[in-house]
Design a protein around this ligand. Structure first.
Ligand code: MN
Length: 735
């Protein structure tokens, strides 16, 4: 059993309390210290005997939250008092009324707000949305509620290690979902960054550790690089009489990880691991000019990338951020981002909202983007009569844009890359669910697999045991997990079908009293036009080649053996027949003319049309088949079955229509399909049998089966289609 030294703990608590007072000292006015003391003792008394999951006295937590409120957000006495008391109404006997009597209405209102939004995101979607809306309402009421909530969340994230794993994941997810973007929106850059890093540390500890290690290992060389880079600048700036500091700051682990993921590169290839920051001490009225002067000096020294100049001094970002950014080429050929700003700008950039107000009260800043934003939020909330979910959806589209946040039917949060589909979601839940995904219900409505998810969607996956992944799925998944799994399933499926097919062939050959030997198998392969023997097994396994067709192969084989006796498939017999019918000396089949007298059909594998070079092939049961000489099967047929080939040509005045296929590719645009079909049907009066259009990432691909008279006709059509704006390629294809 752990022995707790109460006296030691009491000393530690007082030590932390005194530290808090010391930090607050510069901002304290008359009576403030007394108020903080009262809040501290009230909180300590209320939380007496309570401990955190780590075993520490509970009071450490409110003390730490208050410390963050001062040091990292720059808040004042009311906020410190509220931070110290932030958990008492929720966790202890004290009520809002007690707080109001002891500390007044302002503090009571903040505590009330904090209590109402505590337990945010505990339940289902609508509950979460409702809580989020409540949180925003407090934002327009008194921003301090959210700022203290952020301090609270930051301390909870810093001490997340002692929580159970499932709680860790839940809290870390909420953090990246709501708190980090909110911190960003309120200009609390340092807190936002730390929240993101802590999120990564707890959700992907291995990744976090590796990047942190790599950063440590490369620190010495990076420091040297930074030193070499800034030393000449320091001389130059000092020479011009500037009062300044220059820092080389590493980027956050989270942002490095994002870059690695987005650009699919290893750590070594992330070049902008740090940014150089020049912070100027200057009078407010000079700061803009001073920043531009420094810019001019920096870019005299290092060549800037003209595409990478960001002027957030003339027009600050909507979260209040002011800074001048440029990316310049170092003497060693590496791009380096340089941020130039005044001390005031730097404090606002790091601490955000509260710092902004500090300067505002001192009569500095104008109406900032931040206030405009808060006004807008207030307006939205006031006029809003949509459901909470609709509201959050609208709101979030502005707040978040790189990832999509969706929910399971039970209200669990899933974060997926922007552009993810219902199928990605299914694979994210479980690869088996993905593999059998039939469709989904999004916000109770039925949607197809390729539905693109929106923030706040609640997704329920529908599955069927009969469903299986197919090639098309790869076209609309964006997550690598889904992609990999689909490919794996398909490979696995193919292997299984081949094995089945091989076994089926073995059994059938035995039934047909044929040897299961390479020569026979190769004949089968050729007969069925398979590229490889596995391809043949696959077709059998899939049922594309039926039992009857294999029997047919055998009977043809037998007939071939008996051909000398009674040759029905010999081309010579047909040639004689043709001569008899036409009564002329030509032994050539005239396609079109002899149609009703001789049994022939056009092969589906190459869809010959008048004008094509063709030949006739005498089949066993289907009469003569006309193939194009360029048919993929032609070589095989002509070399193995020369005795079954007959000459054929087109008659000249045929008015018949023949089926041909066209493949059109190009860049997609509105009205393209219309233009294509208009030319085919209206202008050239061609009948289409089918048209399938696929558009993907702005690429248009269409397969059209249509009836043409001959090759000239087809060529005219292809030329016309080529001229359609956006079409890049028109080719004829076989079946
Ligand atoms: Mn708390």
């Amino acid at each position: 059993m752990e022995v707790i030294d109460v006296e030691l703990e009491r000393k530690e608590i007082l030590k932390r309390y005194r530290k808090l007072l010391r930090s607050a000292k510069p901002i304290l006015k008359d009576g403030d210290a007394k108020l903080i003391k009262k809040a501290f003792f009230t909180s300590m008394e209320a939380h007496k005997g309570m401990r955190r999951k780590s075993g520490e006295p509970y009071i450490y937590h409110p003390l730490a939250v208050a410390q963050i409120a001062i040091d990292e957000i720059g808040l004042g006495t009311t906020s410190i008092v509220s931070a110290l008391l932030h958990d008492v109404v929720e966790d202890t006997e004290l009520e809002v009324g007690d707080i109001e009597r002891a500390f007044g209405p302002k503090v009571a209102k903040i505590i009330d707000g904090l209590t109402k939004i505590s337990g945010v995101f505990e339940y289902g979607t609508s509950q979460q949305a409702e809580n989020f809306r409540k949180m925003l309402l407090t934002l327009s009421d008194d921003v301090r509620v959210i700022l203290i909530k952020l301090a609270d969340r930051l301390h909870n994230m810093r001490t997340l290690g002692s929580m159970a794993r499932n709680s860790q994941l839940k809290i870390a997810s909420e953090t990246i979902y709501i708190y980090a973007p909110l911190a960003h929106r309120l200009g609390l850059y340092a807190i936002k960054t730390e929240l993101e890093d802590l999120h990564l540390k707890h959700t992907e500890p291995e990744v976090y550790r590796q990047i942190a290690d790599s950063l440590r290992q490369t620190k010495a060389s990076r420091d040297k690089f930074i030193k070499d880079f800034i030393t000449p600048l320091e001389h130059e700036l000092a020479g011009h009489g500037f009062d300044f500091v220059i820092k080389g700051r590493p980027k956050s682990i989270y942002s490095i990880w994002n870059k690695m993921k987005k650009q699919k590169i290893p750590f070594d290839e992330v070049y902008d691991l740090f940014a150089v920051r020049v912070i100027l001490r200057t009078k407010l009225e000079n700061e803009k000019a001073a920043c531009w002067q420094v810019y001019s000096i920096v870019t005299d020294f290092y060549k800037p990338n003209p595409d990478r100049l960001r002027d957030w001094i003339s027009t600050p970002r909507s979260n209040g951020y002011e800074s001048l950014h440029t990316t310049v080429m170092s003497k060693t050929g590496q791009w380096v981002e340089v941020q130039i700003r005044s001390e005031r700008m730097d404090e606002i950039a790091e601490k955000g909202y509260a710092a902004h107000w500090k300067y505002k009260e001192a009569g500095h800043a104008n109406q900032s983007g931040l206030e405009v934003w808060i006004c807008k939020v207030r307006e939205m909330l006031e006029q809003d009569d949509s459901s909470a979910i609709e509201f959050v959806d609208d709101f979030r589209t502005n707040l978040f844009n790189e990832e999509v946040f969706v929910f399971t039917p039970k209200g669990d949060l899933k974060i997926l890359p922007h552009g993810s589909t219902a199928l990605d979601f299914a694979f994210d839940i479980h690869s088996e669910i993905g593999a059998h995904c039939l469709g989904a219900k999004v916000n109770q409505k039925l949607v197809p697999l390729n539905y693109i998810l929106h923030n706040g969607d609640q997704v329920e996956i529908l599955t069927s045991n009969k469903q299986k992944p197919n090639e098309d799925w790869l076209k609309f998944v964006v997550t690598s997990k889904a992609r990999t799994k689909i490919k794996e399933f398909m490979r696995e499926d193919k292997r299984r079908v081949i094995t089945e097919g091989r076994e089926m062939v073995r059994r059938r050959l035995r039934q047909l009293k044929l040897e299961n030997e390479p020569e026979i198998l190769n004949q089968l392969r050729a007969y069925f036009n398979a590229k490889t023997i596995n391809d043949f097994f696959y077709q059998v396994g899939k049922g594309y080649i039926s039992w009857n067709e294999i029997k047919k192969f055998r009977s043809e084989k037998l007939q071939k053996a008996n051909a000398k006796k009674e040759d029905f498939t010999d081309a010579k017999n047909f040639e004689k027949e043709i001569k008899k019918i036409r009564g002329v000396e030509s032994d050539m089949l005239l396609i079109g003319e002899d149609m009703d007298k001789i049994d022939y059909i056009l092969a589906k594998c190459c869809n010959p049309i008048p004008g094509d070079d063709v030949f006739g092939f005498v089949t066993v049961n289907e009469g003569i088949k006309i193939h194009r000489t360029s048919c993929p099967n032609a070589v095989e047929l002509m070399s193995n079955y020369g005795y079954r080939i007959i000459k054929a040509k087109w008659t000249s005045q045929t008015e018949l229509a023949f089926l041909a296929g066209l493949r059109i590719t190009g860049t997609d645009r509105v009205g393209l399909v219309n233009d294509v079909t208009r030319i085919i049907s209206n202008e050239l009066k061609v009948n289409m049998r089918s048209i399938t259009i696929d558009t993907n990432d702005g690429i248009f691909e269409g397969n059209i089966m249509l009836f043409v008279h001959d090759t000239t006709h087809l060529e005219t059509l292809m030329k016309k289609l080529y001229k359609v704006d956006g079409i890049v390629n028109v080719t004829r294809f076989d079946s």
